[in-house]
Each structure stands twice: as structure tokens, then as C-alpha cells.
Design a protein around this ligand. Structure first.
Ligand SMILES: NC(=O)c1ccc[n+]([C@@H]2O[C@H](COP(=O)([O-])OP(=O)(O)OC[C@H]3O[C@@H](n4cnc5c(N)ncnc54)[C@H](O)[C@@H]3O)[C@@H](O)[C@H]2O)c1
Length: 326
């Protein structure tokens, strides 16, 4: 019997990272998690797998990768709030770009050759067409997106010079949670639509919809909601692709179907059987009217397809978790 592949997951105590760790363990991988718990939760990581460490600490990371005989890294650790990045760009370039450089340096020293990276649809800025193809220009409109473009640039050069192979997964709107409710989405502060709508239902405090006058069927923004477990599975497929000798590449991760904010509100109302209190506010600066992925490349090259593709299922899973917390 071959021994399980040894994977290091940065940011594995956070929302997407913890779901991916759970799926990796279920699929027989041996996982070590590095997280500084600045945003994540110790309870999200199975006992004995968490190393509370900042990825900016190159020396400690190098030693850990050597000790655990890491074969590949999945890199989620980052600061994630677009609005905050507009007020504090230095935090985003330090924690997302510079800390990723520290991780890459540690990988080099520990001779780890494969990385799956959490990129984002924010690398495309305000795209000129929809659906978005991976070949569209990278023109981020905020420091968060730019900090990820810069990591994709680092990866290109570490590939060309040090032969590190990587897959950058450009996620659209991650949402939903473990159907069994063991893990969920608990950002603080929360900026993502579905947990905010569920919170509005639970508290009765209206949620603000940013803009009702876009050129979309009902005037609200269109986004592509991807279930966190479908996202997690895309990471495992990318990992296997790299470990089997695949060349570096970039993939969108979305379903290819867009939903307006009003459609999300209706889905929440159906699932919870309650009204969502909301007010329509002004547009938020830098919000594109529609962000929908072309996921053709991910489907054809990595054989991915979503298991939880419809919005109602996503909302149901998120609602189960929200209820278990209240
Ligand atoms: N949530 C989304 O919809 C979305 C969309 C696109 C891209 N992403 C990307 O996915 C990744 C994960 O997002 P998430 O929603 O799970 O966020 P999250 O905040 O829940 O998880 C990030 C984790 O990284 C940890 N962390 C942050 N900086 C660290 C550091 N320097 N050293 C060690 N640990 C550190 C945090 O403690 C946290 O546990 C991020 O890279 C984010 O940019 C998320």
C-alpha cells in the first residue's frame, strides 16, 4: 500500500481552507495546516493537524515542510476584504504578496515543487464581457485583487526559474458549507451576500443591497455563486494534476451561471420561509454589474463539474449551519 500524499494547507482554519482540509482527509491525504488564527478558528481543524504559525516566518515554515515531508502546498492564507484593502493597501501587499513570497521561498528551501493558489475573480477588475475567460486581461481595480495578480506573477517566475509548478484558481463567489453542518462560513466582519441575508432574516435588521439600477434583468448585480465543496474539489483535482506532472496553469472556478442579488433574496426567502428585510442603497464603487465565470477550461482540462450547482442547495446548506449556531 502506498503512503498517503503529504499536503500542507495554509489558511486551513478559515472558511474555504477548512472545507478543503476536510475533503482532503476524506479522500485519504495526510494534511498539515498552517494558520496564524488571525481570522480562522482552531475548532475548524482536526486535532493534531494545526501548526499555529505565520506564513511570513520563512524559517519556521521551511523546517515544518522538511519535518512533515510536504509534497505539495495549497495556499489559502490571505487577507480577504476588498473594502479594507482600499483603506489599508499596505496590509494586503504585506499579508498577501510578501507573505506568499515567504511561502515560495520556504518551498524552494524545502524542495517542495507544487502549489495550488487561491486567486480570485478580482484579478479581472471590471471585465469587458461576460462570461469571463482566463485569457481576459488582468486589471485589478483594488489592492486586494492586485495583491493576487502579483502572486500570480511571482508564480510565473518561480516556475520559469525554479521549476515550481502551480495552478492558480480564480474563484468567483464562494458560498454554502458542509451539508452536514460541521463547518460553515464565519467571517468577522462578514461581507458576503448569503450569510448577510441569513443574518438579516435571523436578526430582523435590514441588509443593504448595493445598487438597484444596474443594466441587469432586475437592476441588481449578477454574481456566480460556487459551493465551497465544489471549490474544495477543484483544489484536489488541481493538486493531482500537478503531482502527475501537469504544467502550471490558471483556471476560473465558478458554475458559469449568474444570479442577481434579488434572486439570492428569493432563494433565502424560499429556504427559510421568512421575508428578508432589505433596503436598496447606492451602488458600491468598483462593483461590476456582472461577474460570471466561463468554467469550460476547468471542466475540460481537470474534469471538474459542480455537485451542488444550484443556488437553493447552497442557501439550504448555509441556512442549516446558521441555524445550528443560533
Ligand atoms: N471567500 C471567497 O468568496 C473568496 C473568493 C475569491 C478568493 N478567495 C480567497 O480564498 C482564500 C480563503 O478565503 P476564505 O474566505 O476562506 O478566508 P478566511 O479569512 O476564512 O481564511 C483565511 C485564513 O488564513 C489565515 N491567515 C491569514 N493570514 C495569514 C498568515 N499571514 N499566516 C497564516 N495564516 C494566515 C486566517 O487566520 C484564516 O484562517 C483567500 O486567499 C481569499 O483571498 C476567497
Amino acid at each position: 500500500m502506498t503512503s498517503p500524499r503529504k499536503i500542507l494547507v495554509t489558511g486551513g482554519a478559515g472558511y474555504i481552507g477548512s472545507h478543503t482540509v476536510q475533503l482532503l482527509l476524506e479522500q485519504g491525504y495526510d494534511v498539515a495546516v498552517v494558520d496564524n488564527l488571525s481570522k480562522g478558528y482552531r475548532r475548524n481543524v482536526p486535532a493534531g493537524r494545526l501548526f499555529a504559525m505565520n506564513i511570513a516566518d520563512t524559517k519556521a515554515l521551511t523546517e515544518l515542510m522538511r519535518q512533515t515531508r510536504t509534497e505539495a502546498v495549497i495556499h489559502f492564507a490571505a487577507s480577504i476584504a476588498v473594502g479594507e484593502s482600499m483603506r489599508e493597501p499596505e496590509t494586503y501587499f504585506a499579508n498577501n504578496t510578501c507573505a506568499s513570497l515567504s511561502l515560495l521561498t520556504a518551498m524552494l528551501r524545502a524542495d517542495v515543487k507544487h502549489l495550488v493558489f487561491s486567486s480570485t475573480a478580482a484579478v479581472y477588475g471590471n471585465p469587458h464581457a461576460s462570461p469571463i475567460l482566463e485569457s481576459f486581461p488582468l486589471q485589478a481595480v483594488n489592492p486586494y485583487g492586485e495583491s493576487k495578480v502579483m502572486v500570480e506573477t511571482l508564480l510565473r517566475w518561480f516556475g520559469a526559474i525554479h521549476h515550481l509548478t502551480s495552478v492558480s484558481l480564480r474563484y468567483f463567489n464562494a458560498s454554502g458549507c458542509d451539508p452536514q453542518g460541521r463547518l460553515g462560513e464565519e467571517h468577522e466582519p462578514e461581507t458576503h451576500l448569503i450569510p448577510l441575508l441569513l443574518r438579516a432574516v435571523a436578526t430582523g435588521t435590514p441588509v443593504t443591497v448595493f445598487g438597484g439600477d444596474y443594466d441587469t434583468p432586475d437592476g441588481t448585480c449578477i454574481r456566480d455563486y460556487i459551493h465551497v465543496l465544489d471549490l474544495a474539489q477543484a483544489h484536489i483535482l488541481a493538486l493531482e494534476y500537478l503531482m502527475q506532472g501537469g504544467a502550471s496553469d490558471q483556471f476560473n472556478v465558478g458554475t458559469g451561471t449568474g444570479h442577481t442579488v434579488m434572486e439570492a433574496i428569493r432563494a433565502v426567502e424560499e429556504v427559510t420561509a421568512q421575508k428578508v428585510p432589505y433596503v436598496i442603497g447606492p451602488r458600491r464603487e468598483g462593483d461590476p454589474p456582472a461577474l460570471v465565470a466561463s468554467s469550460d477550461k476547468l471542466r475540460s482540462k481537470l474534469g471538474w463539474s459542480p455537485k451542488y450547482g444550484d443556488l437553493r442547495t447552497i442557501v439550504e446548506h448555509a441556512w442549516n449551519f446558521a441555524r445550528s449556531k443560533s
